[in-house]
Design a protein around this ligand. Structure first.
Ligand code: PHE
Length: 488
């Protein structure tokens, strides 16, 4: 089999960091941390990184490298019956890639709007009404009609993805990650330093860091920390297994995992300083209480940040730069998800040209994603995101741990990882992977599943939960089992 190989360790590292650092660092981490205890959230976050993020990443790197195969084939080699788990991860990566591409399309549109701040003064109205056409009465079941101004950006996103995938691993993904990741980091650093010098910035940053230690007693806060670590590192999705399978024999697995975890953690913090600095400037300039300018979720990137850009010096330069950086870093995450889908299909169809496989995936992906551009799109994305991340992803991580850590002598996998690294892992990682991580994931999954079964997700009706959330889970399981059977 002609498996591509990363040209350099640096290229691999930048690609993994590019996958981990994404839109989530800018819009997810800051508000999740703020809502869950501010500065005090850093404690569960760091613990979650060390107790679960790092060990699982090491495990995935060692597993992918040891078997030199993508997730479905690697699981199948471990035990024939578990090919479906690999396909489950691949299909889940595909679902996330679908809605991630739509958010990227919004970023691309906003990159265009940033040149003349077309979003005006009322950025909230602009994003939800003028751009998304979301009305207070819009419900999930209505308004699938694609909105062409979003579809154009969406096709742009898929077109760019196809062009990069078609170039192959080295000339495409590796090359783009080499530039995109450092460019984004540089841009964000420069912006952060600039924002720190504006009036009001430090009061915003102080709001973020003010610890609410009381919050640490709430299981919700711990669950948020573990969820964020999972989404951010992209474990349980076959992405890291595929990336590690492209490594040459001589490599540094443990060092790479540690570098990625540290880079991602530090960068999340820098993004939080930037976002809260901007919000501080916004509150100060509009003489509003800080609490009024914080918006949760997606609104942060598309409402609060454009409003803050309006107030920065040289907004016509800063605005496009910011959204360009955001697009680049989101693109490397999107490409990692797509690579995780394309690579195992390529393994199965060795005689089909890679161009055809990438083209097929991008064509199907773009057509399906168009259904998320209607005026109910953001609601669909919200519900898909919840079911994919909080339920399917945690389930996938749990199964992966049970299968790999219990079926493969974990000591041997650690020895393998050590033999391909510059330093050795502490032996404490074995009980962590075999017992501690599964227990945490069982608790997380149980908590989320019970809450969803009893109350449903957010304000959506039971029907919506069943149709869109339950339907998505069902489809994932059916496709995974079917693909697993077919490839046995
Ligand atoms: N980690 C990326 C982000 O934070 C998203 C992502 C998830 C990428 C899963 C790859 C795999 O935006």
């Amino acid at each position: 089999m002609n498996t591509p190989i990363w040209r350099s360790q640096r290229g691999f590292l930048l690609a993994v960091i590019g996958s981990a650092i994404g839109l989530g660092n800018l819009w997810r981490f800051p508000y999740i941390a703020y809502e869950n205890g501010g500065g005090a959230f850093l404690l569960p976050y760091v613990l979650a990184m060390l107790a679960i993020g790092l060990p699982i990443l090491v495990l995935e790197f060692a597993f992918g490298h040891r078997y030199r195969a993508r997730a479905p084939q690697a699981f199948q080699q471990l035990k024939r019956q578990f090919g479906w788990l690999g396909w489950f991860q691949v299909c889940l990566a595909g679902v996330i890639a679908l809605y991630y591409s739509v958010i990227l399309a919004w970023v691309l549109s906003f990159f265009g709007y940033a040149f003349d701040q077309a979003w005006g003064i009322d950025t909230n109205f602009f994003f939800f009404r003028d751009y998304l056409h979301l009305y207070p009465k819009t419900e999930l079941q209505h308004w699938y009609a694609p909105q062409w101004h979003i579809v154009v950006s969406l096709l742009g996103v898929w077109g760019i993805c196809f062009a990069i995938l078609a170039l192959g691993l080295n000339k495409g993904l590796e090359q783009i990650s080499r530039y995109a990741t450092p460019i984004f980091m540089g841009l964000i650093l420069v912006l952060t330093v600039r924002v720190c010098f504006l009036s009001g910035a430090w009061s915003g940053i102080a709001h973020f860091f003010t610890p609410d230690f009381h919050s640490l007693t709430s299981p919700k806060v711990w669950s948020a920390a573990f969820g964020q670590v999972f989404f951010s590192l992209g474990v349980g999705l076959s992405v890291m297994i595929a990336y590690a399978s492209f490594l040459p024999q001589k490599t540094n697995l443990n060092g790479s995992a540690l570098t990625v975890v540290v880079a991602n953690g530090v960068f999340s913090l820098i993004c939080a300083v930037l976002v809260f600095g901007m919000l501080g400037v916004l509150a100060h300039t509009n003489s509003q209480p800080f609490e009024n300018v914080v918006t949760a979720g997606i609104g942060l990137a598309f409402v609060a940040i454009p409003a803050a850009i309006n107030l920065l010096p040289m907004p016509t330069v800063v605005g496009p730069l910011f959204f360009f950086g955001l697009f680049l870093i989101g693109l490397t995450s999107q490409l990692s998800l797509l690579q995780a889908v394309v690579a195992p299909l390529q393994d199965r169809r060795e005689n089909t040209s890679p161009l055809k496989i990438s083209g097929g995936i991008c064509a199907v992906g773009s057509v399906l994603a168009i259904f998320l551009t209607g005026s109910n799109g953001i609601l669909l994305i919200d519900i898909l995101d919840f079911f994919a991340n909080q339920l399917a992803l945690v389930f996938s991580g749990l199964m992966e741990l049970l299968v790999i850590a219990w079926l493969y002598p974990i000591k041997d996998l650690r020895a393998y990882s050590d033999a391909h690294s510059h330093w050795r892992l502490p032996s404490g990682i074995d009980p962590c992977l075999k017992v501690l991580c599964p227990i945490i994931l069982v608790l997380l999954l149980f908590g989320h599943a019970m809450e969803t079964l009893l109350k449903g997700y957010a304000h959506y009706s039971l029907w919506d939960n069943l149709l869109f959330g339950g339907g998505c889970l069902l489809l994932l399981f059916v496709s995974a089992i079917w693909l697993g059977r077919k490839s046995q």
